[in-house]
Structure formats: structure tokens, C-alpha cells
Design a protein around this ligand. Structure first.
Ligand code: PNS
Length: 163
């Protein structure tokens, strides 16, 4: 049983995240999409909203035989992964600029939990510049975000911001 954790803020989930999950489904029997509860950040969507949106948009993706679950977590990622008996952490890398931070986290996590592997995956080139941060920024400045996030996310962002 190959079980992976795909951790992140997912504020909001983008088409890039979904692309990574779909690719991960070819490698793992189960992927737990784990939404970080981060009290230091003021998010656009609450953790509950993010989990609910993720569960909804995941219904649309081609998962093959892979089981997908959505959970929130807090505290150390490696501890959470051990609690869930996961073998791997999945992280998406879009560009070299992501690599430095991701490598640091992967090596720190390896130091803390040597048996847990980090698997870096590349999204389709079309999503190589898409981030939750930029999606929120362009949305808040009134620009279209169609094609960057699932339609449900755009709709929920509009509803939330009253636009
Ligand atoms: O989507 P993000 O914000 O880039 O995800 C970052 C995340 C959730 C992977 C990272 O912040 C994390 O693992 N946080 C949990 C706390 C932890 O274990 N920190 C040590 C990481 S080496």
C-alpha cells in the first residue's frame, strides 16, 4: 500500500495542484491532501472552506484506482505523516525558484523522519507560473482567473468577496 501525503495551504486550490494530484494518482494507491492549519496567516478561505472546496473539485479528476482523501492538519508534517502511516510526501515544483525552499524542507523532513521520502513532481508547463498567491492577487485586482482554477473556486471566490 503506497500512501502519500500532499500537504499545502491550498488557499485556493489551483489547476496546478489538481494536475499534480492527477499525476500522483499514477504513483500511489492513496493520496491524502492535507490542508495546513496555520494560525499565523490570514487566509482567503478558512481551512473548512478549503477542505470542502477540495473535496468538491476532486470529484472531477481522473484518479484511476487511487483513493483521494482531504484532511486538515497542524503541527509537524512528519509527525502527521507517521500518524497516517504514509510512505511519501508529494510536493510540486514549478521552476528552479521553488527548488531551493523545497529542498530545504525535504532535507529537514528527512532529518526528522529518515524513512519518509519526498517526491517532487512537475506540473504541466501550462501551470508553471500558477500559484495560489498570484491567483488571489490578480482576482482581487479584478483580472480574470478562468483557466487557472476550477470554475467552482472562481465562483466561491466571487461569492466570498461579494463581486
Ligand atoms: O502550500 P505551502 O504553503 O507551500 O505548504 C507548506 C507546507 C504546508 C508543506 C509546510 O509549511 C509544512 O510542512 N508545514 C507544517 C509544519 C512543518 O512540518 N514544518 C517543518 C517543515 S521542514
Amino acid at each position: 500500500m503506497r500512501r502519500a501525503i500532499y500537504p499545502g495551504s491550498f488557499d485556493p486550490v489551483t489547476n496546478g495542484h489538481l494536475d499534480i494530484i492527477q499525476r500522483g494518482c499514477k504513483l500511489f494507491d492513496e493520496i491524502i491532501i492535507a490542508v495546513l492549519v496555520n494560525p499565523d496567516k490570514t487566509p482567503f478561505f478558512s481551512v473548512e472552506e478549503r477542505c470542502e472546496i477540495l473535496s468538491e473539485v476532486l470529484k472531477e479528476i481522473d484518479r484511476g484506482d487511487c483513493r483521494l482523501t482531504v484532511e486538515s492538519f497542524q503541527g509537524l508534517l512528519v509527525q502527521y505523516a507517521a500518524d497516517r502511516k504514509a510512505n511519501a510526501i508529494v510536493r510540486g515544483i514549478r521552476a528552479i525558484s521553488d527548488y531551493e525552499y523545497e529542498l530545504q524542507m525535504a532535507l529537514m523532513n528527512r532529518r526528522l523522519q529518515p524513512a519518509l521520502e519526498t517526491v517532487f513532481m512537475m506540473p504541466a508547463e501550462a501551470y508553471s507560473y500558477v500559484s495560489s498567491r498570484l491567483v488571489k492577487e490578480v482576482f482581487q485586482l479584478g483580472a480574470p482567473i478562468k483557466g487557472l482554477v476550477p470554475p467552482l473556486v472562481e465562483e466561491r471566490m466571487r461569492r466570498k468577496s461579494g463581486s
